[in-house]
Design a protein around this ligand. Structure first.
Ligand code: P6P
Length: 299
């Protein structure tokens, strides 16, 4: 749990300490975000920079995380999917990108949602190779958190007080994958992806698991192995997901867990985009599935 001394801008703190404090703050906020969901299922007044209309819950989570992460010594910049511009905290240090409530459209049907955290050691918008840590909180039947840092992935359960305990260490994708989740409307899939999807679907060991919240769907892949895709679409070649807030962090987490990520041609971590809210196709999962995906686009 972050304490008063964490926010006193005296001496510099190490990146490792700052990353730990960021994770502590996000975990401590999780039960408060979860508790604040029921009364915030209505849409906010204005659209976000991606042209989507957020729920009051999105704004609530973003305001909370902006205040608490922005106050941390060692955090120099804060950005979120809900804000047009980067906030400079004036203290210098690491940059934090937040998707405060990924999949908030799942609030009404009471399905999973997540909070995504991307930490970069560079000014924003940063490159994937600037990433030093990534995490997500999953608001499911329980509240869990997956953190990738220092070349390893750990999974935690977060209790009502915002404290967290380890449930899995050194997480890696299973070698016998069984799930796939593909976003976008099937008629909008480009032929190469549609052909690839047909191949995956024809594999008797694979089951469809798509819930409309990237974190819920990626966590299925992290648990059972397989592939998640929000692909390039005929009418949206860049797909839907934002590279700074969604593509880089899930790419980093899945690659740290021994899987692969891609935009269809290269690792998501090597994707270069202009603009804080730029989009990218996202394919993440077991190596063989992503290799096959890239081959399908390369034919
Ligand atoms: P669709 C949620 O809005 C989100 O950004 C991701 O969490 C999710 O993967 C995707 O959009 C779902 O999009 O088109 O299936 O509703």
């Amino acid at each position: 749990m972050a304490t008063q001394e964490d926010t006193t801008p005296t001496e510099a703190v190490s990146n490792a300490t700052t990353i730990t404090r960021i994770i502590d703050v996000v975990a401590a906020a999780a039960p408060e975000i979860r508790a604040g969901l029921p009364g915030r299922r209505v849409y906010a007044e204005t659209d976000n920079p991606s042209g989507e209309t957020p729920l009051e819950a999105d704004i609530f989570a973003d305001d909370m995380l902006r205040d608490r992460l922005g106050d941390l010594r060692g955090v120099g910049e804060y950005a979120s999917e809900e804000r047009e511009e980067v906030i400079d905290t004036g203290t210098g240090g690491l940059s934090v990108c937040i998707d405060p409530l990924d999949g908030s459209s799942n609030l009404k049907p009471n399905n999973t949602m997540g909070t995504i955290v991307a930490v970069y050691d560079a000014p924003l918008p940063a490159a994937g190779t600037d990433m030093v840590a990534a995490a997500y909180v999953l608001y499911g039947a329980t509240t869990t958190m997956v953190v990738a840092r220092d070349d390893t992935v750990s999974e935690y359960v977060i209790d009502q007080e915002g404290d967290y305990e380890t449930i899995r260490e050194d997480v890696s994708l299973p070698d016998d994958p069984t799930v796939y989740g593909f976003g976008g409307r099937v008629p909008d899939w480009v032929d190469d992806f549609a052909d690839y999807a047909e191949e995956v679907e024809s594999d008797p060991s694979m089951k469809l698991r798509y819930g409309g919240s990237m974190i819920g769907d990626v966590n299925q892949v992290m648990t059972y192995g397989g592939i998640f895709a929000y692909p390039t679409l005929a009418d949206a070649p860049e797909g839907k997901l934002r590279v700074q807030f969604e593509g880089y962090p899930v790419g980093y987490i899945v690659e740290t867990a021994g899987g692969r990520s891609s935009d269809g041609e290269r690792s998501l971590m090597d994707v270069e985009k202009d603009g804080l809210h730029a989009r990218t196709p996202v394919y993440v999962g077991n190596e063989e599935f992503v290799d096959d995906l890239e081959a399908a686009f390369d034919d």
